[in-house]
Write a protein that binds this ligand. Structure first.
Ligand code: DX5
Ligand code: ZN
Length: 216
């Protein structure tokens, strides 16, 4: 499968959201990645549902929603109301991960589980067959523009082995510090979905950058 590219809204120009979404719609990207933060699970706050309602209206690409919040299941209905394609929850934020994953799927969305840099891939051994997406953080979540943690490449390879040894068809997604160099390394290691915030939106020509990442 050719890998997918998901630009992250977090690095977009919020004063010009309409034209940013027009660029996204016209571009070769596959999903729009949306980072929701609560100032508790991560030391930052991004945007909430009143703003995302308009993003969802303007964006024609599937929405990949990344919840960096405690008790993400509380907002399942709000994420579903956006028409989200996928809902990604952190394993570190869910005491009853199995239940949350089933709830996401029952709501008609793809179930994604995200791991922080210090959380081992092996923690997913007993749930991997239930997951549609596993997202590995290549930075500590909360901010765009951080440096890629190289150990993520080992985790991608370990996750690929875990998936291949099971009946899982989960996609491997990586979020944080993705650029030309790390993107290429991630593809070689077996990644299916690249999330890129600053690499795309800080580029002189964002749609050209998306095209570049698609053709890595
Ligand atoms: C970080 C977010 C990322 C962020 C990535 O907490 O989850 O999605 O937007 O930004 P870059 O690509 O700039 O590292
Ligand atoms: Zn994210």
């Amino acid at each position: 499968m050719k890998h997918l590219v998901a630009p992250s809204l977090l690095s977009a120009d919020f004063a010009n959201l309409k034209s940013e979404m027009e660029m996204i719609n016209r571009s070769e990207c596959d999903w729009l990645h949306i980072d929701i933060m609560d100032g508790v699970f991560v030391p930052n706050i991004s945007f909430g549902f009143p703003v995302l309602k308009y993003v969802a209206q303007l964006c024609e690409k599937p929405l990949d929603v990344h919840l960096m919040i405690v008790q993400p299941e509380k907002f399942l209905n709000e994420v579903k109301a956006l028409g989200a394609y996928s809902m990604n929850v952190h394993v570190e934020a869910c005491t009853h991960l199995h239940r949350v994953v089933q709830q996401i799927k029952e709501a008609g969305m793809k179930a994604g589980v995200t791991l922080n840099p210090a959380t081992p891939v092996s923690t997913l051994a007993d749930i991997i067959e239930d997951l549609d997406i596993v997202m590995l953080m290549a930075v500590n979540p909360g901010f765009g523009g951080q440096k890629f943690i190289p150990h993520t490449l080992d985790k991608v390879r370990a996750l690929r082995r875990l998936i291949d040894a099971s009946r899982s068809e989960a996609l491997i997604e990586v979020d944080g510090g993705v650029n030309h160099e790390t993107g290429r390394q991630l593809i070689d290691a077996g990644v299916d979905v690249l999330v890129a915030g600053s690499a795309v939106f800080r580029a002189d020509d964002p749609s050209k950058e998306i095209c570049f990442l698609k053709n890595l």
